[in-house]
Design a protein. Structure first.
Length: 95
């Protein structure tokens, strides 16, 4: 539960650390924009106690990453919609 500016700063710090150390990281988030900005691959999970991997999306944004470049990428809003549609469809199924 971070304020928006702190969250953005921490995202930038994480990207810097990953770029320098060339490490793999696994992050769990409910924020679609955060997932698209930080990830090379997004693993979407279905809902409920029997949840499983529902879809894996490769994120095409070049590294090193700049927030403006990601937001201006021609695939950004299509990928964002795809993730939201998946989550919405699986949220309805769980209800």
């Amino acid at each position: 539960m971070l304020d928006a500016l702190t969250r953005m700063e921490l995202q930038e710090v994480l990207l810097s650390i990953l770029e320098v150390d060339r490490r793999t990281a696994i992050m769990v988030t409910h924020d679609v924009d955060e997932a698209l900005f930080l990830s090379d691959r997004i693993v979407l999970m279905t809902s409920g106690p029997a949840a499983h991997v529902g879809e894996i999306i490769d994120v095409p944004f070049a590294r090193p990453r700049r927030r403006d470049d990601v937001l201006e990428h021609p695939d950004y809003y299509e990928l964002r919609s795809r993730v939201i549609e998946f989550l919405d469809a699986h949220d309805r199924r769980a209800a």
